[in-house]
Design a protein around this ligand. Structure first.
Ligand code: ACM
Ligand code: ZN
Length: 734
């Protein structure tokens, strides 16, 4: 993107900034005053008040803004620090700009870092600052970002740059995903093969997991961090107010470790570090020898990482090998464990006891609830918020990270130019709407420490790809975690475009501008629907099929067959990417659909109009346009309002097993004139992805029942879970 974009955005949107200033996340209380402090690029501070490395960091921070921080005596300082232990919240601070300088009141080191981040973002002009009084504190004590360094490896320098950006947004936890099936990334001195063998794979999957035939890049790939490097990163993050929480995955996601030490698995079979993505049956055996090994690993991890909490993974552990393994079976018998879930619980409790004996606490993904939660464990709720709520009700501390709001490996837009992603759909606006406390009764809210954005990297091979997925969604997440009462989304977007994107650009951080695409609003209209384009920010100018338009409202009725619209937009003189919409008109266009089984809230494209809006979900699927269901059976009734003749019914379905989406098995279509008595016109197994009925038909109501595969088959990712079913439109032709 050209530099002009951000400059022009700035010019265009400043008028709408009443609600959100230049500090991200928005401080709790901001008061403008009549003062003005002129400092001409030079600020001073009593450097004896903070450790030398912190002074250097603050100097570096302001230096990036062309302001030079110099040491001085307390009397001469223009930035005057006052430590007050009694500030209400430990990370809160107060910052006041007067005619003579900048007063900062803070409680602890994190709070001082937060004050400096705000100060730096307030300096829009390196010569002077307008008078201001900020009183600030975060809503949540855990404000985290996770990065998977196993599926792809990132250098320490890349991680430093990543952490710098997290600090800017006042995140205070970096969850470092260090081990997984595709690579072990941390040196463990007692077990050198973990990195000699486990850190390297011979091949890596090309393209999406679901693509057939499967293709690999046959090149050695890997890397690891020495303990010294990890310690240095811990210190680097600490200076920036961030604690690193390491994750060592167990008992599942263990293929890299088992490639190094196959004797730790149930089968003891020598298998390679895996080069594809998914969930694998070869996991750590529950035998004593394996658990001792993991305790040794955790002992070294505890030495490297001073965090109170150590992440032990716990997610996606198939129990099939345990159920066949004599060693596991003996443990189950001896300990009166009824099933694999209880064995997993036994495993995790054993780890917890060990970690607790070292004065630390474990945190794990929400599967650690299955079979009984370890007594002091914290829970990271990813499969939804339900696990988190259940844990809070058991009086356990929780970090919310549900896929629907926190998985930043999901698509952020359905635009065809979006880079390949794992699946899912999480646009910026949805992240901004996240409320980690939703669904909790008041008495349990204090168990929710906060939330975390997760960056899984199967499809993010470079740090630039990570950044593109992270930004600007992380800016929205920072707002969610800092403020309980956020400004309206359009004000956030305006401020983001004007103030934050230019900073990212200056720092050389990649970001997505997909939130600036024109948004489509679809409504029923006469005998069809109307499509309205919504401006993402003030000042955007649209053209439609190369004709300039002001307020676009495309109205289409059922007579029109198919029409394609190319929507160009410009902001200032910056051309944004072209959005391409194809609308298919048909007899059911704009007609009401009553769902017996509702689409899942994650994939509820356009609600009750989703199947009749003329937007036929495209392939490859990019998270939107389709309706997704997670039930055994889908049923809905289309009401054509009058008895109508037609000769074809078509409904598109999707088959994307890597994303747990399966083509349904069979369907039943019934017709009725009065909505009471239905007659079957089609009852069939699926033959390809399209449900299609062709014959002369006449009805007002069409009842569609679609039957899914009951469970994802063994050997596939998500085995044992209910598969997703996706449908795109019910197209009726004369
Ligand atoms: C996870 O996404 N498997 C925690
Ligand atoms: Zn076993």
């Amino acid at each position: 993107m050209k530099i002009t974009l951000v400059v022009l955005l700035f010019a265009l949107t400043t008028q709408s900034l009443a609600q959100h200033g230049s500090v991200f996340p928005q401080p709790i209380s901001v008061e403008q005053t009549d003062s003005k402090f002129v400092f001409n690029r030079r600020l001073t501070m009593d450097n004896t008040q903070v450790p030398a490395e912190s002074f250097s960091y603050f100097r570096e921070l302001l230096g990036r803004n062309s302001v030079y921080l110099e040491p001085s005596s307390a009397k001469e300082a223009t930035i005057r620090l006052q430590q007050i232990q009694t500030l209400v919240y430990t990370e809160g601070y107060q910052l006041t700009v007067t005619n003579t300088g900048i007063e900062i009141q803070y409680s602890n080191y994190q709070s001082l870092c937060n004050a400096f981040q705000s100060l730096n973002q307030l300096i829009l002009n390196p010569q002077e600052l307008p008078g201001i009084r900020i009183s600030d504190q975060p809503a949540f004590s855990y404000r985290g970002v996770h990065l998977d360094c196993s599926r792809h490896f990132f250098t320490i320098a890349e991680l430093q740059k990543f952490i710098d950006q997290l600090a800017k947004l006042k995140f205070n936890r970096f969850h470092w995903h260090l081990t997984d099936d595709q690579g072990w990334r941390i040196e463990i001195k007692k077990y050198p093969k973990l990195t000699r063998v486990g850190a390297w794979r011979d091949s890596t999957l090309i393209g999406h997991f679901s693509k057939q035939p499967v293709e690999y890049e046959h090149q050695r790939y890997g890397g690891f961090y020495t303990q010294e490097e990890a310690k240095q990163l811990v210190e680097y993050a600490r200076i920036r107010g961030i604690e690193i929480i390491p994750e060592i995955e167990m008992p599942g996601h263990a293929r890299a470790a088992l490639a190094a030490y196959p004797e730790l698995s149930c089968t003891e079979k020598q298998l390679p570090v895996v080069g594809t993505w998914g969930v694998f049956d070869d996991v750590f055996c529950s035998q004593e020898k394996t658990r001792s090994f993991l305790k040794d690993v955790l002992d070294e991890i505890i030495e490297i990482f001073p965090s109170q909490v150590i992440h032990i993974g716990g997610d996606e552990c198939p129990k099939v090998n345990w159920e066949k393994c004599p060693k596991c079976k003996t443990i189950m018998t001896e300990n009166h464990l009824k099933n694999g879930h209880e064995l997993q619980s036994f495993f995790i409790r054993d780890m917890e006891k060990h970690v607790n004996s070292k004065g630390r606490t474990i945190i794990g993904w929400d599967e650690i609830l299955e079979g009984g939660l370890a007594p002091n464990a914290q829970v990271m709720s990813w499969q939804g918020v339900e696990g988190g709520i259940a844990a809070a009700k058991q009086k356990h501390q929780v970090v919310m990270t549900p896929t629907s709001y926190c998985y930043f490996d999901y698509y952020q837009s359905g635009h065809p130019s979006e880079p390949l992603a794992i699946g899912g759909y999480l646009p910026l606006e949805k992240v901004y709407q996240f409320n980690p406390l939703k669904g909790l009764e008041n008495e349990y809210k204090h168990y929710i420490l906060g939330a975390q954005a997760n960056l899984w990297t199967e499809y993010l091979p470079t740090i630039q790809a990570v950044e593109y997925n992270a930004y600007p969604r992380l800016v929205a997440m920072a707002e969610v975690l800092w403020n309980q009462s956020k400004v309206p989304y359009p004000d956030f977007v305006a401020a983001l475009s004007s103030y934050y994107l230019p900073q990212l650009q200056k720092d050389g951080v990649r970001f997505s501008t997909s939130f600036l695409d024109p948004k489509l609003e679809i409504r029923p209209y006469k005998t069809g629907v109307s499509y309205g384009l919504i401006k993402p920010v003030d000042g955007v100018v649209f053209s439609l099929n190369n004709e300039a338009v002001t307020g676009i409202n495309i109205e289409r009725t059922k007579q029109i067959q198919e029409s394609r619209y190319l929507i160009h937009s410009t902001i200032g003189d910056q051309e944004m990417r072209v959005c391409d919409y194809t609308f298919t008109s048909h007899l059911a266009l704009g007609k009401r659909v009553e769902f017996t089984t509702k689409p899942h809230e994650k994939y509820n494209h356009n609600g009750s109009l989703g199947l009749t809006d003329g937007v036929v979900g495209r392939k490859p699927w990019k998270g939107n346009e389709w309706l997704g269901f997670n039930n055994d059976t889908i049923q809905f009734i289309l009401d054509l309002e009058t008895v109508t003749s037609f000769s074809k019914i078509e409904i598109g379905t999707l088959n994307d097993p890597g994303s747990w989406i399966y083509r349904p098995e069979k369907y039943l279509i019934q017709l009725s004139s009065n909505g009471k008595k239905y007659k079957t016109v089609a009852k069939s197994s699926m033959n390809g992805d399209l449900i299609r009925v062709t014959k002369k038909m006449k009805a007002r109501y069409i009842k569609v029942s679609i039957y899914n595969k009951e469970l994802i088959p063994a050997g596939q990712t998500g085995a044992g879970f209910t598969p997703w079913t996706f449908i795109n439109e019910i197209i009726l032709s004369e």
